[in-house]
Design a protein around this ligand. Sequence first.
Ligand SMILES: CC(C)(COP(=O)(O)OP(=O)(O)OC[C@H]1O[C@@H](n2cnc3c(N)ncnc32)[C@H](O)[C@@H]1OP(=O)(O)O)[C@@H](O)C(=O)NCCC(=O)NCCS
Length: 158
Amino acid sequence: MLTITPLSPTDETPLSLLLLADPSIKKVRASLAQGTCYLARLQDKTIGCLVLVPLSQQTIEIMNIAVDPTYHRQGIGTQLLAYAKTMVQREGYATLEVGTGNSSIGQLAFYQKAGFRMVDIQPDFFLLHYDEPIIENGILCRDMIRLQFSHFTGKTTL
Ligand SMILES: CC(C)(COP(=O)(O)OP(=O)(O)OC[C@H]1O[C@@H](n2cnc3c(N)ncnc32)[C@H](O)[C@@H]1OP(=O)(O)O)[C@@H](O)C(=O)NCCC(=O)NCCS
Protein backbone atom coordinates (compact mmCIF):
# COMPACT_ATOMS: atom_id res chain seq x y z
CA MET A 1 0.00 0.00 0.00
CA LEU A 2 1.21 3.51 -0.85
CA THR A 3 1.83 5.81 2.12
CA ILE A 4 2.41 9.57 1.90
CA THR A 5 4.10 11.27 4.85
CA PRO A 6 6.09 14.46 5.49
CA LEU A 7 9.87 14.12 5.15
CA SER A 8 11.26 13.58 8.64
CA PRO A 9 14.78 14.48 9.87
CA THR A 10 15.75 10.80 9.61
CA ASP A 11 14.58 10.47 5.99
CA GLU A 12 16.92 10.89 3.06
CA THR A 13 15.99 13.90 0.90
CA PRO A 14 14.83 12.43 -2.45
CA LEU A 15 17.11 14.63 -4.56
CA SER A 16 17.18 12.39 -7.63
CA LEU A 17 13.36 12.43 -7.75
CA LEU A 18 13.17 16.18 -7.13
CA LEU A 19 15.62 16.80 -9.99
CA LEU A 20 13.33 14.91 -12.39
CA ALA A 21 10.80 17.70 -11.95
CA ASP A 22 13.24 20.61 -11.75
CA PRO A 23 16.75 20.40 -13.24
CA SER A 24 18.01 23.29 -11.10
CA ILE A 25 19.51 22.05 -7.82
CA LYS A 26 19.48 25.65 -6.61
CA LYS A 27 15.73 25.91 -7.13
CA VAL A 28 15.14 22.46 -5.62
CA ARG A 29 17.04 23.44 -2.46
CA ALA A 30 15.20 26.79 -2.27
CA SER A 31 11.81 25.08 -2.49
CA LEU A 32 12.82 22.57 0.22
CA ALA A 33 13.81 25.50 2.45
CA GLN A 34 10.51 27.33 1.84
CA GLY A 35 8.03 24.48 2.01
CA THR A 36 7.26 20.95 3.12
CA CYS A 37 8.38 17.85 1.28
CA TYR A 38 6.23 14.69 1.36
CA LEU A 39 7.38 11.20 0.44
CA ALA A 40 5.30 8.54 -1.28
CA ARG A 41 6.52 5.13 -0.20
CA LEU A 42 5.74 1.63 -1.28
CA GLN A 43 7.00 -0.93 1.25
CA ASP A 44 9.67 1.44 2.59
CA LYS A 45 10.90 2.37 -0.91
CA THR A 46 10.48 6.06 -1.77
CA ILE A 47 8.88 6.17 -5.23
CA GLY A 48 7.49 9.69 -5.32
CA CYS A 49 7.64 13.09 -3.73
CA LEU A 50 5.78 16.36 -3.48
CA VAL A 51 6.86 19.80 -2.25
CA LEU A 52 4.18 22.28 -1.17
CA VAL A 53 4.99 25.96 -0.57
CA PRO A 54 2.42 28.49 0.72
CA LEU A 55 2.24 31.54 -1.58
CA SER A 56 -0.36 33.52 0.37
CA GLN A 57 -3.16 32.95 2.88
CA GLN A 58 -5.29 31.75 -0.04
CA THR A 59 -2.92 29.78 -2.20
CA ILE A 60 -0.43 26.97 -1.89
CA GLU A 61 1.89 25.94 -4.73
CA ILE A 62 3.11 22.54 -5.83
CA MET A 63 6.78 23.44 -6.25
CA ASN A 64 7.78 19.90 -7.11
CA ILE A 65 6.08 16.60 -7.81
CA ALA A 66 7.83 13.53 -9.14
CA VAL A 67 7.38 9.80 -9.44
CA ASP A 68 10.14 7.22 -10.04
CA PRO A 69 9.91 6.47 -13.81
CA THR A 70 9.52 2.71 -13.09
CA TYR A 71 6.16 3.58 -11.53
CA HIS A 72 4.86 6.10 -14.07
CA ARG A 73 1.26 5.80 -15.35
CA GLN A 74 0.20 3.73 -12.33
CA GLY A 75 -1.75 6.49 -10.60
CA ILE A 76 0.96 7.44 -8.06
CA GLY A 77 1.17 11.06 -9.28
CA THR A 78 -2.62 11.30 -9.07
CA GLN A 79 -2.47 10.05 -5.47
CA LEU A 80 0.13 12.74 -4.66
CA LEU A 81 -2.16 15.39 -6.21
CA ALA A 82 -5.11 14.04 -4.20
CA TYR A 83 -2.98 14.32 -1.05
CA ALA A 84 -2.09 17.94 -1.94
CA LYS A 85 -5.77 18.78 -2.56
CA THR A 86 -6.69 17.32 0.86
CA MET A 87 -3.91 19.31 2.56
CA VAL A 88 -5.11 22.52 0.90
CA GLN A 89 -8.66 21.99 2.08
CA ARG A 90 -7.65 20.90 5.58
CA GLU A 91 -5.32 23.88 6.09
CA GLY A 92 -7.99 26.34 4.89
CA TYR A 93 -6.40 27.42 1.59
CA ALA A 94 -8.70 28.07 -1.37
CA THR A 95 -6.44 27.26 -4.28
CA LEU A 96 -3.71 24.84 -5.28
CA GLU A 97 -1.40 26.20 -7.97
CA VAL A 98 1.36 24.77 -10.13
CA GLY A 99 3.62 26.01 -12.91
CA THR A 100 4.89 23.87 -15.75
CA GLY A 101 6.67 24.38 -19.05
CA ASN A 102 5.07 24.94 -22.45
CA SER A 103 7.02 21.85 -23.62
CA SER A 104 5.77 19.60 -20.77
CA ILE A 105 3.05 17.87 -22.78
CA GLY A 106 2.58 14.89 -20.42
CA GLN A 107 2.55 17.12 -17.34
CA LEU A 108 -0.08 19.42 -18.88
CA ALA A 109 -2.25 16.35 -19.52
CA PHE A 110 -1.59 15.07 -15.99
CA TYR A 111 -2.71 18.29 -14.26
CA GLN A 112 -5.73 18.87 -16.48
CA LYS A 113 -6.89 15.30 -15.99
CA ALA A 114 -6.83 16.05 -12.24
CA GLY A 115 -9.10 19.09 -12.65
CA PHE A 116 -6.49 21.87 -12.90
CA ARG A 117 -7.29 24.79 -15.23
CA MET A 118 -4.80 27.02 -17.06
CA VAL A 119 -4.92 30.51 -15.56
CA ASP A 120 -1.82 32.37 -16.74
CA ILE A 121 1.35 32.27 -18.80
CA GLN A 122 4.69 33.71 -17.71
CA PRO A 123 6.44 34.33 -21.05
CA ASP A 124 10.16 33.42 -21.21
CA PHE A 125 10.21 32.31 -17.54
CA PHE A 126 12.50 29.34 -18.24
CA LEU A 127 14.83 31.34 -20.53
CA LEU A 128 15.20 34.01 -17.86
CA HIS A 129 15.51 31.81 -14.76
CA TYR A 130 17.43 28.71 -15.90
CA ASP A 131 21.12 28.62 -16.88
CA GLU A 132 20.76 25.78 -19.40
CA PRO A 133 18.14 25.45 -22.16
CA ILE A 134 15.47 22.81 -21.43
CA ILE A 135 14.19 20.84 -24.42
CA GLU A 136 11.31 18.37 -24.03
CA ASN A 137 9.38 16.58 -26.75
CA GLY A 138 11.57 18.45 -29.28
CA ILE A 139 10.22 21.79 -27.99
CA LEU A 140 12.26 24.52 -26.31
CA CYS A 141 10.83 25.18 -22.86
CA ARG A 142 10.38 28.96 -22.70
CA ASP A 143 7.12 29.88 -21.04
CA MET A 144 5.64 28.84 -17.70
CA ILE A 145 1.99 27.78 -17.85
CA ARG A 146 0.27 28.39 -14.51
CA LEU A 147 -2.55 26.04 -13.56
CA GLN A 148 -4.92 26.12 -10.59
CA PHE A 149 -7.20 23.71 -8.82
CA SER A 150 -9.89 25.19 -6.62
CA HIS A 151 -12.12 23.18 -4.32
CA PHE A 152 -14.84 25.69 -5.17
CA THR A 153 -14.67 25.27 -8.94
CA GLY A 154 -12.41 22.28 -9.56
CA LYS A 155 -14.04 19.28 -11.13
CA THR A 156 -12.46 16.67 -13.28
CA THR A 157 -14.03 16.81 -16.68
CA LEU A 158 -13.51 13.14 -17.51
C1 LIG B 1 4.17 14.09 -14.03
C2 LIG B 1 4.28 12.82 -13.18
C3 LIG B 1 4.44 13.20 -11.70
C4 LIG B 1 3.00 11.99 -13.36
O1 LIG B 1 3.05 10.88 -12.47
P1 LIG B 1 2.34 9.50 -12.80
O2 LIG B 1 2.31 8.68 -11.55
O3 LIG B 1 2.96 8.87 -13.98
O4 LIG B 1 0.87 9.98 -13.18
P2 LIG B 1 -0.50 9.15 -13.18
O5 LIG B 1 -0.23 7.71 -13.43
O6 LIG B 1 -1.24 9.48 -11.93
O7 LIG B 1 -1.23 9.81 -14.45
C5 LIG B 1 -2.58 10.24 -14.42
C6 LIG B 1 -2.97 10.68 -15.80
O8 LIG B 1 -2.21 11.81 -16.21
C7 LIG B 1 -1.95 11.73 -17.63
N1 LIG B 1 -0.51 11.56 -17.85
C8 LIG B 1 0.45 11.30 -16.94
N2 LIG B 1 1.66 11.25 -17.54
C9 LIG B 1 1.44 11.47 -18.84
C10 LIG B 1 2.30 11.52 -19.99
N3 LIG B 1 3.62 11.35 -19.90
N4 LIG B 1 1.75 11.75 -21.20
C11 LIG B 1 0.40 11.94 -21.34
N5 LIG B 1 -0.47 11.90 -20.28
C12 LIG B 1 0.07 11.67 -19.06
C13 LIG B 1 -2.68 10.50 -18.13
O9 LIG B 1 -3.98 10.92 -18.52
C14 LIG B 1 -2.75 9.64 -16.88
O10 LIG B 1 -3.81 8.73 -16.88
P3 LIG B 1 -3.68 7.34 -17.70
O11 LIG B 1 -2.33 6.75 -17.39
O12 LIG B 1 -4.83 6.53 -17.17
O13 LIG B 1 -3.82 7.71 -19.15
C15 LIG B 1 5.46 11.93 -13.65
O14 LIG B 1 5.38 11.77 -15.07
C16 LIG B 1 6.83 12.49 -13.32
O15 LIG B 1 7.35 12.26 -12.23
N6 LIG B 1 7.47 13.18 -14.27
C17 LIG B 1 8.82 13.73 -14.07
C18 LIG B 1 8.79 14.89 -13.09
C19 LIG B 1 7.89 16.02 -13.57
O16 LIG B 1 7.90 16.38 -14.74
N7 LIG B 1 7.12 16.59 -12.62
C20 LIG B 1 6.21 17.68 -12.91
C21 LIG B 1 6.91 18.95 -13.08
S1 LIG B 1 5.78 20.25 -13.54
